[in-house]
Design a protein around this ligand. Structure first.
Ligand SMILES: Nc1ncnc2c1ncn2[C@@H]1O[C@H](COP(=O)(O)OP(=O)(O)OP(=O)(O)O)[C@@H](O)[C@H]1O
Ligand SMILES: [Mg+2]
Length: 347
C-alpha cells in the first residue's frame, strides 16, 4: 500500500502479511512512516493506494471504531476521572456486554496486568508504568482481532521500559493476539518480536526474525541500523568455490561465503560486528591499536588499518588479560560466516 500527503510519499508501496497471533514490529527512525502505516490499519487514515485485509475480509470501508482493534498509542490517555476498573471496563460497556461478563473480564485483566491492588484508584494516583498498564489492559480486554501499539513505552524511564517490555510480551503470548508494534528502539524490537520490518523513508528494507535482521542483513542500511557494524572497504578479486575473495587495506585477503555477498561490482563494503572480531597471533588482518575503552564487562579496541580505516573490536574483559599498549600491532580475524559483503556505490 501507499500513502501520499500532497506530493510527499510517506508510505511507499509497502506490502506486509502478518500471521495470526504474531508479534510483528515496524522498526525505523523518525519520519520513516511507521505511525502512518499503523493509523491506516487502525482506520484513522485512508491509504492512497492498496488495501487492508483482516483475514479474508477487506476492511477499507470499515470505520475505525468497527475494526475491533485494541490501541496503545503514545498519547492515548486514560480517562482521568474514572478509576482503573472503570477505565478497563469502558470499552466493554460501550459494546453493551452483560454486567457479569464485564466483571469477569475486568477481573481477569486486573490480574494479568497486576493492577488488582490499584483497581479503585484514579490515574493520577498511579505511576507512569502503572498508567501504561491500564492503557494496555483497556486495549486488550475487548479481545481485539489486532492489537496496535505505537511507541507505548517511550514516555517511561529506562528501567520501567525494560520491565514493561517483558510484561507486554508475556501478556501477548498468553492471549495470543495478533500484534503490530511500532518502535524506533532496535533493542525493544529485537527482544519483543516474532518478526520485524525494518523501514526507511517509507519503504521496507527487510522483513525477518530478530535473528535474521541482525545476523543476515540484506542491505547495508540494515547492517548499520540494527546493532553496530564495522565497514571495511574491499575490492572483489574473484570467486573460489563457495566463496568470494576480497582484497582489503594493505593487500590483505578475506573470503566471504557466496550466500553472504549481496550484489555485484568491483567495490564492496565488508560488514561485521565488533564482537565478532577475534584477536589471534598471525591472523589474516592487522592494525595498530588506537584506543582502548574499558567498560567493566567489555573492552573495546579501536584499530587503525591504514588508509583512514578504523575498526572497532569488542571483547569480554577477562581477569588477567594483558593490557595492550596504544600503538602496538594487533593481529585479528573475523569468522567468514559473520561477514556480509555489500556493493559499495557511495564515494
Ligand atoms: N497529516 C500529514 N500531513 C503531511 N505529512 C504527514 C502527515 N502525517 C505524517 N506526515 C509525514 O509523513 C512522514 C511519516 O510520518 P510518521 O508519523 O508515519 O513517521 P514515524 O515513522 O511514525 O516517525 P516517529 O518515529 O517520529 O514517530 C513524516 O515525514 C511526516 O512528516
Ligand atoms: Mg510515529
Amino acid at each position: 500500500m501507499t500513502k501520499r500527503f500532497g506530493d510527499f510519499t510517506a508510505v511507499d508501496d509497502v506490502s506486509l502479511e502478518i500471521g495470526s497471533g504474531e508479534f510483528f514490529t515496524l522498526l525505523g527512525s523518525s519520519g520513516c512512516g511507521k505511525t502512518t502505516l499503523l493509523r491506516i490499519v487502525a482506520g484513522f487514515l485512508r491509504q492512497s493506494a492498496g488495501s487492508v485485509r483482516f483475514g479474508e475480509r477487506v476492511i477499507d470501508h470499515v470505520p475505525a471504531h468497527r475494526r475491533n482493534t485494541g490501541m496503545v498509542f503514545q498519547n492515548y490517555a486514560i480517562f482521568p476521572h474514572l478509576s482503573v476498573t472503570q477505565n478497563i471496563a469502558y470499552g466493554l460497556r460501550a459494546r453493551g456486554l452483560a454486567r457479569a461478563e464485564i466483571e469477569r473480564r475486568v477481573a481477569r485483566m486486573l490480574e494479568m496486568t497486576r493492577l488488582a491492588a490499584f483497581a479503585a484508584r484514579k490515574p493520577r494516583e498511579l505511576s507512569g508504568g502503572q498508567q501504561q498498564r491500564v492503557v494496555l489492559a483497556r486495549a486488550v480486554v475487548i479481545e481485539p482481532d489486532v492489537l496496535l501499539m505505537d511507541e507505548p513505552l517511550s514516555n517511561l524511564d529506562a528501567e520501567m521500559r525494560i520491565h514493561l517490555r517483558g510484561e507486554i510480551r508475556a501478556l501477548q503470548r498468553q492471549i495470543g493476539v495478533t500484534t503490530i508494534y511500532v518502535t524506533h528502539d532496535q533493542e525493544e524490537a529485537l527482544s519483543l518480536s516474532d518478526r520485524i520490518a525494518v523501514m526507511r523513508a517509507g519503504k521496507v528494507e527487510q522483513i525477518g526474525s530478530p535473528h535474521a535482521v541482525f545476523n543476515e542483513p540484506e542491505t547495508r542500511f540494515v547492517a548499520g541500523f540494527i546493532g553496530e557494524s564495522n565497514f571495511l572497504p574491499a575490492r572483489r578479486l574473484g570467486a573460489d568455490g563457495g566463496r568470494v575473495v576480497f582484497e582489503t587495506v594493505g593487500g590483505r585477503r578475506i573470503a566471504v561465503p557466496t550466500s553472504r555477498v549481496r550484489g555485484d561490482g568491483a567495490r564492496f563494503m565488508l560488514a561485521f560486528r565488533p564482537h565478532h572480531v577475534r584477536l589471534a597471533p598471525d591472523a589474516a588482518l592487522a592494525g595498530a591499536l588506537a584506543d582502548t575503552v574499558y567498560s567493566g564487562t567489555a573492552v573495546r579496541h579501536a584499530i587503525d588499518l591504514g588508509d583512514g580505516v578504523r575498526l572497532s573490536a569488542l571483547m569480554l574483559s577477562l581477569p588477567g588479560a594483558p593490557s595492550l599498549p596504544i600503538g602496538s600491532t594487533l593481529s585479528f580475524d573475523v569468522p567468514p560466516d559473520a561477514i556480509t559483503a555489500f556493493p559499495d556505490s557511495g564515494p
